[in-house]
Design a protein around this ligand. Structure first.
Ligand code: 3PG
Length: 397
């Protein structure tokens, strides 16, 4: 695919697909990471004299105008982050958007209203894509985190304009390629989270790509139960036992070592500071549930990490939102951060919970790369084609 290195944007109207779907609470932005990560692309384009037209979805208004899902507050937030003014248009297509785009001077920035206010966005309606294409001379997609959606502003419009990857899109793709595409080996993956059923494709793909797969979080309970351990009241999916055994068998044929917990932190209730204790996996009491992995498991992961060159991490080790069940996740996050800084480990993490967990552990900035994507990061790890990326690759000459 082409990047901003291949584009001379001076005097051109450049439509930038951003992902400004930021977390908000009571009208306040609670995390500005996506805004900050978008800035390099916009700044570079503006400094090179482009007329920058930014579009994005926000939340899920389902094709209707929902005032509480307006992108208007993001114009101000973006202006603050960029240190330059950002104009706003009340629609992403049509006369108002066209007039606002036409009024832009070289180096100026315009933000368009939520693309999902039009039903045609999620349907990838060619009419909406054409309306967007009409605003600009070229298209830059900087929304890796929305690239798993084949929508008018992420896919359709890229067929209609010369298309480029923005700097964030480029960084995400390069980091993911370093993790799984063409990685330094051995590669170790950590997959946590609550359900095997939602991560089946992920586990299936990873056993064929990585050398060591560590399965933690509540989904590990299902694997342990499938191997015959009594898991007490632990969260697990009884109907997935056969599947879990099949994944273990397949990993063996693919020479992928699977690491499961050997000790667990258990409690009889799931609440902050509930009395808890550490037990081996074969001694979970009938009235207790596993809420974290124990120190022996963390040691086992750490010792393998010391020999690994690349780490891909998706999903916390335990119920990290509630102390003390964040202990293993925090300990491992700190070990990963120091191996990344001192031993050259390439550590790549992504997914909403994982990012929160790393932030909670205070090591977000010390990883090699943390993806800003949730669903798109997972689909990429699952080996799926992301429509927003595929179109940049096919439409690159
Ligand atoms: C995300 O936050 O993961 C992206 O912005 C995609 O949002 P969506 O799941 O509503 O399509």
């Amino acid at each position: 695919f082409r990047t901003l290195d291949d584009l001379d944007p001076a005097g051109k109207r450049v439509l930038v697909r951003a992902d400004l779907n930021v977390p908000m609470k009571d009208g306040q932005i609670t995390d500005r990471t996506r805004i900050e990560r978008l800035c390099p692309t916009i700044r570079e384009l503006a400094e090179k004299g482009a007329r920058v037209i930014v579009c994005s979805h926000f939340d899920r208004p389902k094709g209707k105008v929902v005032p509480s899902m307006s992108l208007k507050p993001l114009a101000e937030a973006l202006a603050t982050a960029l240190g330059r003014p950002v104009a706003f248009a009340d629609d992403c297509v049509g006369p108002q958007a066209e007039a606002a785009a036409a009024a832009l001077k070289d180096g100026e920035v315009l933000l368009l209203e939520n693309t999902r206010f039009h039903a045609g966005e999620e349907k990838n309606d060619p009419a909406l894509a054409a309306g967007l294409a009409k605003l600009a001379d070229v298209y830059v997609n900087d929304a890796f985190s929305a690239a798993h959606r084949a929508h008018a502003s992420t896919e359709g419009v890229a067929h209609l304009l010369p298309s480029y990857a923005g700097r964030l899109m480029q960084a995400e793709l390069e980091a993911l390629d370093a993790a799984l595409g063409n990685p330094n080996r051995p590669v170790l993956a950590i997959v946590g989270g609550s359900k095997v059923s939602t991560k089946l494709d992920l586990l299936g793909n990873l056993t064929g790509k990585v050398d060591i797969l560590v399965i933690v979080g509540a989904m590990a309970n299902t694997f342990l139960a499938a191997q015959g351990f009594a898991m007490g009241k632990s969260l697990q999916e009884a109907e997935m036992h056969d599947t879990a055994r099949a994944i273990l068998a397949e990993a063996k044929t693919r020479n992928c070592e699977i690491v499961l917990p050997t000790d667990l932190v258990v409690a009889t209730e799931f609440k902050a500071n509930a009395p808890s204790r550490t037990v081996p996996v074969d001694a979970v009491p009938a009235d207790a549930m596993a809420l974290d992995v124990g120190p022996d498991t963390v040691d086992a992961i750490e010792s393998r990490l010391r020999n690994a060159s690349t780490l891909v991490w998706n999903g916390p080790l335990g119920a990290f939102e509630i102390p003390p069940f964040d202990t293993a996740t925090v300990a491992l996050a700190q070990a990963v951060a120091s191996l990344t800084q001192s031993a050259g480990l390439k550590s790549i993490a992504g997914g909403g919970d994982t990012v929160s967990a790393l932030r909670h552990a205070g090591v977000l900035e010390r990883m090699t790369y943390v993806s800003s994507a949730g669903g798109a990061f997972l689909e990429w790890l699952e080996g799926k084609t992301l429509p927003g990326v595929a179109v940049l690759e096919t439409n690159s000459d």
